[in-house]
Write a protein that binds this ligand. Structure first.
Ligand code: DGL
Length: 269
């Protein structure tokens, strides 16, 4: 048993989709979340900048006595994992490996699509992780407009803007007959209905944040490090206005968890 909290971070609100899954799978855990809303999106930035931001995010979370960190961001997972693991002496779970493993297990025709930010796709992390597991055809597509649209709440079927953008990005993947699509960015599960409508019911969508949550549960239970308490808590920190974070958080978390966020100066870490 280990009662220490789990730290989770993302460039913004997308990582809350992973928090939702963590709470569903492990309701006894205490969670500390940081969303870098003043600097989102990371996905169009250079690797140097993403690494600098990710180190600050990690240092802020390490100011708490954590048992593990979840990088609930595809962009950081695919660009900074080696450094963050080398610099931290607690387990770090990321979103690329677990999602790639699930996709490889689910595909029947061995044709897998990956949608993610530009920085994630250009890192090649998903293609490498998938290439390592099986003889697969991987079709990758950067979708830079998805994150700002999700952060604006433009993510529901029937919204003509997101439907047009999604059709444009996803058509080549559909034409390539993928039967499995990795949502390689933690913002994208909010678009699952829109994406599912365009790809059709036979295409399996893989939620990378949910897969990371499952990987952490497996690790903690193997290490006998799950918490034991009736109900875990969740604390939220953000680098921009707390009120904005709180307003949008419900969209990502569902209505079950009232969010009180605290603004911090991430540049101090
Ligand atoms: N949540 C981030 C990710 O999973 C996307 C947002 C961003 O570009 O910072 O890559």
């Amino acid at each position: 048993m280990n009662q220490r909290p789990i730290g989770v971070f993302d460039s913004g609100l997308g990582g809350l989709t992973a928090v939702r899954q963590l709470r569903r799978l492990m309701p006894s855990e205490n969670i500390i979340y940081f969303g870098d809303t003043s600097r989102v999106p990371y996905g169009n930035r250079s690797r140097e900048t993403i690494l600098k931001y990710a180190r600050q995010d990690t240092r802020f979370l390490r100011s708490f006595d954590l048992k593990a960190i979840v990088i609930a961001c595809g962009t950081v997972s695919s660009n900074c994992l080696t450094e963050l693991r080398a610099e931290n002496d607690i387990p770090i779970i990321e979103v690329v490996g677990p999602a790639a493993q699930r996709a490889a297990a689910v595909t029947k025709n061995h044709r897998i699509g990956v949608v993610a930010t530009r920085a994630t796709i250009s890192s090649g992390a998903f293609a490498n992780a998938l290439g390592a597991s099986l003889d697969l055809m991987v079709f990758s597509c950067p979708c830079p407009l998805f994150v700002p649209l999700v952060e604006e709440g433009r993510c529901r079927p029937g919204d003509p803007v997101i439907e047009l953008v999604a059709e444009e990005y996803l058509r080549p993947l559909r034409d390539n007959n993928v039967d499995t699509l990795v949502l390689g960015c933690t913002h994208y599960p909010l678009l699952a209905d829109v994406i599912g409508q365009i790809m059709g019911p036979d295409v399996a969508l893989i939620d990378s944040g949910a897969e990371a949550a499952g990987a952490l549960q497996t690790l903690l239970s193997e290490q006998d490090a799950l918490a034991e308490r009736e109900k875990g808590s969740a604390s939220f920190y953000t680098s921009d206005r707390a009120a904005d974070f709180q307003r949008l958080a419900a969209l990502f978390l569902g209505k079950d968890l009232p969010v009180q966020a605290k603004q911090i100066d991430i540049t101090a870490y």
